[in-house]
Design a protein around this ligand. Structure first.
Ligand SMILES: [Fe+2]
Ligand SMILES: [Fe+2]
Length: 368
């Protein structure tokens, strides 16, 4: 995509969530006044009735996952979003992101908006059904932000300075084997990213003083975006199978669909990571050019899901995966976030809280 994409959009994120929310309510109110009951407009309205314990547990876990996503995406937006893409201090990082795609800053800002909307919606939905939404407020400001001048100096929930990024989703989606049917773990696309600890945002001004290092941080972010969103993709699909209420199912497959869209975008961008070697305190990082001379298990432009084994006795099919128990279900997704390093520096209490929420969500079963 052309690199001029950010040029005329500086400071104007595609969507202002609050503005759009206010307009949405107004339009709905006007519409409701003019339409007779039973018209399609009313099909959009809330269903009455209470939710099963399983449905509430699933929604609470998904809310926690969305709060985590929102916190990390906000950090990416502060340093690489369209609103700051012209900030001269951030240029080495922004330039690194632009190597992955000329529209990266816009996509980062929009992904952030989407996560904010997911949190606001799930909170409001739980409240509308008489349930107090969980919150992570106690942990939300425990971690120091990036010290790069221009970044708001407020504490954070998630760590993006020392990550171990699992890049096996890359080879999983290029394989005909399926972990849901017992395939062994898939190899890493970028083995050195899954060892040691690496920054995905510039933690200090010093991180921006060397273009190669800044590019390595941007490359790391590119693969981390894919890692996060493939987890959301599988998480929603896995938990949707245990939802009982049709409206809750509509919510989980609809928000889950947005996670799939995020994943697909980032899957495409990560393959443009620039080949380099960077000696970091947390270990040497090596990126190879995935666009040239690679086997199909690594080839950058093979971003459509390779048809895979799915249901025994039936043909291979192109699908998102995994979607079975014991993989990227609630517990699997939270464990993945923990192993990623997102909660380094947080008290163990946070991990335990999340794992307990996940265990409850994984116990949910569809009730007729
Ligand atoms: Fe989300
Ligand atoms: Fe997401």
């Amino acid at each position: 995509m052309e690199k001029s994409g950010t040029g005329n959009k500086q400071g104007t994120a595609r969507r202002s969530f609050l503005k759009k929310g206010a307009l949405g309510i107004g339009a709905a109110a006007i519409g409701a006044g003019f339409l007779a009951k039973g018209s399609p407009a009313f099909a959009q309205e809330h269903e009455g009735g209470s939710l099963s314990k399983g449905d509430v547990d699933i929604l609470q876990l998904l809310l926690a996952a969305e709060i985590i996503e929102t916190d990390l995406w906000k950090q990416y937006r502060e340093l690489g979003g369209v609103e700051v893409a012209n900030n001269p201090t951030f240029q080495p990082y922004v330039n690194g992101l632009l190597q992955l795609d000329g529209d990266m800053p816009q996509y980062i800002s929009d992904n952030t908006d989407d996560e904010i909307s997911h949190v606001a919606f799930l909170r409001a939905y739980l409240k509308s059904k008489g349930h107090e939404p969980i919150n992570l407020d106690k942990f939300a400001h425990n971690l120091a932000p990036s010290s790069v001048p221009g970044v708001p100096q407020t504490g954070r929930l998630t760590n993006l300075k020392q990550l171990k990024v699992d890049t096996s989703w890359w080879t999983r989606y290029r394989s005909k084997e399926n972990v849901d049917l017992g395939a062994p773990a898939f190899p890493q696309a970028v083995p050195s990213l899954n060892e040691g600890q690496h920054p995905a945002i510039p933690a200090t001004l010093a991180d921006l003083s060397d273009a190669n290092h800044a590019q390595a941080i941007a490359n790391t972010a590119g693969f981390h975006f894919g890692f996060i969103e493939q987890a959301g993709t599988s998480l929603y699909a896995t938990l949707s199978q245990r939802v009982s209420n049709p409206e809750v199912l509509r919510i989980t497959i609809s928000i889950g669909g947005a996670e799939i869209m995020h994943f697909q975008v980032w899957h495409d961008k990560a393959g443009n990571a620039v080949a380099l070697t960077d000696n970091q305190p947390g270990g040497t990082l090596t990126f190879v050019n995935l666009a040239q001379g690679q086997p199909e298990s690594l080839q950058a432009n093979l971003i459509m899901p390779e048809p895979t084994d799915f249901i025994k006795g039936l043909p291979e099919v192109s699908i998102i995966r995994p979607t079975g128990a014991g993989q990227l279900d609630a517990t699997g997704a939270i464990k993945g976030f923990i192993e990623d390093g997102l909660f380094i520096g947080q008290p163990k209490e946070l991990q335990q809280f999340l794992l307990n929420l996940a265990a409850e969500a994984d116990e949910a079963r569809r009730e007729s």
